[in-house]
Design a protein around this ligand. Structure first.
Ligand code: NAP
Length: 293
């Protein structure tokens, strides 16, 4: 293998340690600790595990967890009332509505009620709009985790050819906007892209966010490229990414493994967003925009 590994576990650990120091400093300045409100509606076991891991990670860095649980038969109006209360509450720096919600609750519509300055997932239409316009705001966690991996490895982005395979609201689209903001020349690919291999071979930075096991073969990787594999696919061989790791690692300069690459960054960036939101809320309106970046 020629490529160097990008160790997402170690970088996520470093980010969490920085957030922990940042929270301690923020509190030492006389501020209340940042608060992360999670809202879980119903009894989906996978969602309960996600919420528990976010709450545990928050506690480890000194963020106060506000764990709100509503029953499987909670009404849309009940969840809406809770979100409005959390939006107004001073102790709440960030709000997460865990999706999916039960059928009678329109999770997507309710997510839009989270104000942009508390949108620590960075996924509301307002946050997406701010990002699309290149204005300050809280950024989605997985894409900003990818940017952090690139930054820590000093991957040059200015003028670089970046190819993002996948255009979801969760990963591909916001990541393309972040790469563009970093002055890369960005191409976004999707299921209708013609000759995907030829497009990928142009990439100095190749990001796969598709959800199809090993769909990107090694010979689609330009020699010396940086390869970021966001994909997480459960197969008989265990967890694998969207990239054929062995083949790609022969040609790339830097590559993320799956697991242990992008995956650990998501919660680390959620914690960072919560600290950024708390700092922005404590700052004057003029300073708040700067506190977000
Ligand atoms: P998604 O919403 O299903 O989007 C997949 C994207 O891939 C779509 O834009 C789709 O194109 C495109 N696509 C599908 N087949 C394709 C093909 N044959 N060629 C080119 N593009 C193709 O998925 P997602 O939520 O973005 O997640 C992508 C992957 O990242 C998944 O494996 C997911 O588990 C993983 N993920 C990991 C993390 C993490 O590590 N923390 C976080 C989020 C997601 P169309 O738009 O044309 O349909």
């Amino acid at each position: 293998m020629a490529a160097r590994l990008i160790d997402g576990k170690a970088i996520a650990h470093a980010v969490r340690a920085e957030v922990k120091r940042g929270v301690a400093e923020f509190v030492a300045q006389g501020n209340p600790p940042p608060g992360l409100a999670t809202v879980l509606v119903g009894d989906d076991p996978a969602s309960a595990v996600y919420v528990a891991s976010k709450q545990k990670a928050s506690a480890e860095v000194g963020i106060v967890g506000l764990d709100h649980r509503l029953s499987q038969d909670a009404t849309h109006e009940e969840v809406e009332a809770l979100l409005r209360e959390l939006a107004a509450a001073q102790r709440v720096s960030g709000i997460l509505l865990q999706l999916p919600t039960p059928r009678q609750v329109d999770g997507q519509a309710l997510t839009a009620l989270i104000p942009p300055d508390k949108d620590v997932d960075g996924l509301t239409p307002m946050s997406a709009g701010l990002l699309a316009q290149g204005r300050p705001g809280l950024r989605p966690c997985t894409p900003s985790g990818v940017m952090e991996l690139l930054r820590r490895h000093e991957v040059p982005l200015e003028g670089a050819e970046a190819v993002v395979v996948g255009r979801s609201d969760l990963v591909g689209r916001p990541l393309a906007a972040l790469l563009l903001a970093a002055n890369a020349t960005v191409t976004v690919c999707h299921s209708r892209t013609r000759d995907l291999g030829a497009v990928c071979r142009r990439a100095d930075v190749l990001v796969a966010a598709v959800g199809r096991p090993r769909m990107i073969p090694g010979d689609w990787v330009k020699p010396g490229a940086t390869v970021i594999d966001v994909g997480v696919n459960r197969t008989d061989d265990g967890l694998v990414g969207d990239v054929d790791f062995e083949g790609a690692a022969e040609r790339a300069r830097l590559i993320t493994p799956v697991p242990g690459g992008v995956g650990p960054m998501t919660i680390a960036m959620l914690l960072r967003n919560t600290l950024l939101a708390a700092r922005a809320a404590a700052a004057s309106p003029v300073e708040a925009g700067a506190a977000w970046n």
